[in-house]
Design a protein around this ligand. Structure first.
Ligand SMILES: NC(=O)c1ccc[n+]([C@@H]2O[C@H](COP(=O)([O-])OP(=O)(O)OC[C@H]3O[C@@H](n4cnc5c(N)ncnc54)[C@H](OP(=O)(O)O)[C@@H]3O)[C@@H](O)[C@H]2O)c1
Length: 386
């Protein structure tokens, strides 16, 4: 563990106050390493100084809670960094009451691992400076700033966790991509992929805390007959759906839609021309993204086998009993580590070589915080944090 001058709270000293305990069905607890870094001793367990930048935001809050509730990453000290807006305030954590420090690269470099949960411009400015050199910290970035850089692994641990050994800067994928891939990856491995067609129904929290606030206040205003103000979304979101997330690109797709194409190819190591297309739509829900996915496969698909593949897949919960009206929904997927998959059926469009299904996943967890914490756990286990 690196030495830090800042006031930090030892994990050993305090009691638990986890906000919720998501169901953790399929992830097994990783074994903790037992070697002290920088020494030949093999008796003491490793412990890390962990920093979260943006811990007052939607993703940052969930990162802290994932660290607390999972307890797999061996956190010795937790440091929380923010802007002038939140610096000096106190955050109640399992590790004790922690004072939010004003962000600085120097302070972050004192940590072993830093989770960045701020925007892409911020990451571009600071991420490489924080991890530079042997004494820099490992940085796990939630923004899209580095996802398409050749030297930065883009990681979903269940798919390409080994990539984390290659760099001290790791990019966390786009939330829609990460959720869809939990179901797609095991099916692609079993049946191959010819093309993927995706349509999404994305929650307001995809735009962070301000997105949730705008939906909540806008809904109240609408019901009171007042004007609905929109600053975060392109149009008022209450009682509406908006077929635009992020900026339009020259090809007519939005950036959010292209992220799905680019990131699925990179994470799954698919050929650069693999046809993957997406229409991304914002809907007036608070949390958890939903996706309709149509997969054209190389091999014939047996639906029963596909269901079994999904039942055995890590991070997936099959919720698929039409008779009892059981299928994935944002209300049931919210707060869950696992992605719900249902409405599994042979595709009329692609016949024996096609499968259609519906996926719901908590994008703040699987699509951001949980994935980031799983990356750090993977690096703890494979020695990349040492
Ligand atoms: N929301 C999602 O579903 C989702 C999913 C995947 C990835 N992401 C990505 O995750 C990142 C965070 O998103 P979010 O939704 O959590 O946003 P958010 O709710 O708006 O939170 C932003 C956080 O950034 C902090 N911040 C802003 N300027 C800062 C500065 N100069 N120094 C230090 N901290 C600063 C804020 O802290 P203060 O309160 O101190 O200002 C706040 O905690 C973004 O890159 C986003 O694209 C989001």
């Amino acid at each position: 563990m690196k030495f830090s001058l800042s006031a930090v709270v030892s994990v050993m000293a305090v009691s638990s106050c986890a906000a919720f305990t998501p169901i953790q069905k399929t992830h097994t607890t990783t074994l903790r390493p037992t070697t002290t870094r920088g020494s030949s001793s093999s008796t003491t367990s490793l412990n890390y100084s962990v920093g979260i930048v943006g811990a007052t935001g939607a993703v940052g809050k969930e990162i802290r809670q994932c660290l607390e509730t999972r307890g797999v990453l061996d956190v010795d000290t937790l440091r929380i960094f923010g802007s002038e807006r939140s610096a000096g305030s106190t955050v109640e954590t399992k590790y004790g009451d922690i004072s939010v420090e004003l962000f600085s690269e120097e302070a972050c470099r004192e940590c072993d691992v830093v989770f960045l949960a701020v925007d892409g411009d911020f990451a571009l400015k600071h991420a490489r400076n924080i991890c530079e050199g042997d004494d820099g910290a490992v940085v796990i970035d939630n923004s899209s700033a580095f996802r398409y850089e050749d030297d930065v692994p883009l990681v979903v641990p269940e798919i390409n966790g080994k990539e984390t050994k290659k760099s001290k800067l790791i990019a966390n994928p786009n939330c829609t991509t990460a959720i869809g891939l939990m179901a797609l990856w095991p099916l692609i491995q079993k049946f191959g992929v010819v093309k993927v067609l995706m349509s999404t129904y994305q929650a307001s929290s995809g735009a962070g805390q301000p997105g949730m606030d705008e939906l909540t206040s806008g809904t109240k205003a609408y019901l009171e007959g007042k004007e609905v103000v929109n600053k975060i979304f392109a149009h008022p979101l209450p009682f509406n759906v908006i077929p635009q997330i992020d900026k339009f690109q020259e090809n007519g797709y939005t950036k959010e839609e292209m992220k799905v194409t680019w990131e699925c190819r990179k994470i799954c190591n698919l050929p650069e021309d693999t046809p993957i297309s997406c229409t991304a739509v914002r809907i007036p829900t608070i949390r958890a993204h939903s996706e309709t996915i149509v997969l054209e496969t190389e091999k014939d698909v047996d639906v029963a086998v596909a269901r079994q593949v999904l039942e055995e897949a890590k991070g997936v919960k099959v919720v698929d009993d039409p008779e009892s009206l059981s299928y994935p929904m944002p209300l049931t997927a919210t707060g869950q580590y696992d992605v719900e998959v249902g409405r599994i059926r042979k595709s009329i469009a692609f016949g024996d070589k096609g499968l259609e299904f519906f996926v719901c996943g908590d994008q703040l967890l699987r699509g951001a915080a949980l994935n980031a914490v799983l990356v750090a756990e993977e690096m703890q286990e494979n020695g990349a944090l040492n």
